[in-house]
Design a protein around this ligand. Sequence first.
Ligand SMILES: [Zn+2]
Ligand SMILES: [Zn+2]
Ligand SMILES: [Zn+2]
Ligand SMILES: [Zn+2]
Length: 320
Amino acid sequence: MTAERPVGKPVLPSIPDYRSDYIDLRLQEFLDSLGAAQWPIDCVKLLSRMKDSDQYRIRIGYAGEEVSDGLDAATNYVQGMYQIVLSRSKIRYPYRKSSDRRLNFTIAHEIGHIVLEHLLVPNHCKTKEEIRMEDLEADEFAARLLMPQKLLYSFNYYSVDAVASFLNVSNTALRMRLIHLGAAHLIRARRVKSCVRCGNTRFSEFAQYCGVCGQSTAQGRGGIRRIYYPDEYPIDSFKRALVCPKCHRDIRHGNGDRCPFCGTCIFNFCSGFFDSGGSVCSCANPGYARYCEVCGRPTYYQEINCLKDWQDCYTIGMNR
Ligand SMILES: [Zn+2]
Ligand SMILES: [Zn+2]
Ligand SMILES: [Zn+2]
Ligand SMILES: [Zn+2]
């Protein structure tokens, strides 16, 4: 009996389906065990978190030059303890350029050997082919850990280096991953205007500032992230709130500028609008705007704390 492969599922010529599913399963358990996993992942920090937790019994060692057989790293399982040895000559941290970021993949690969329980059977009991297959699996684990498929679809590929650098992987690792997923076309896909700082993709025609983070649009709209920050309060075409942002009551039938129940202003005005000082800006901003799109000052909704911090929406915590 053959089950049809779901559309979009990666084609991995060398790893059998049941092992591919196993990698998914163990990766998911691993991410769950770490609590809120967030991208981008820095494996140097991840490893030290694993070392400190009771769940993974890990020791980290450093070898002077190369580990053995010209490898960057190796992991052994001795007396119930994992010993990861990293080659000192390969450690360039924090990552500055593409080649430095190879370390991140190397560590993710070693974590893969641990999580996939390859090391519970010692190497001398395996064939060369079995060892080769385990290395392929560890590579696949590392690729899925560092570059989740969903996330790869959410970027603007202004440059491979910019996206690879965001993900802490080498440019080659990112290209290989896209090719394996049959998604190399993403590199040439249409870009969406997005804020270079917060990834916001929504701008009014007249916007001089990003409504989400307040960055000047003169900084460019060539961000690599594409994030839709929703209206936190529905507004009508006159930019009147339909639900009071403060007391959350239905105010669509009210009159005037204020909530009839609590007196909150129903427009997301620029805070400059309320300045008695003089420099008046009377822009009524969209429901997602933390900052005035005309002058960059905080908006009224932002000042009365009715909007989520954009940084909380920017952080990527997700399951593949
Ligand atoms: Zn390996
Ligand atoms: Zn922004
Ligand atoms: Zn109200
Ligand atoms: Zn303003």
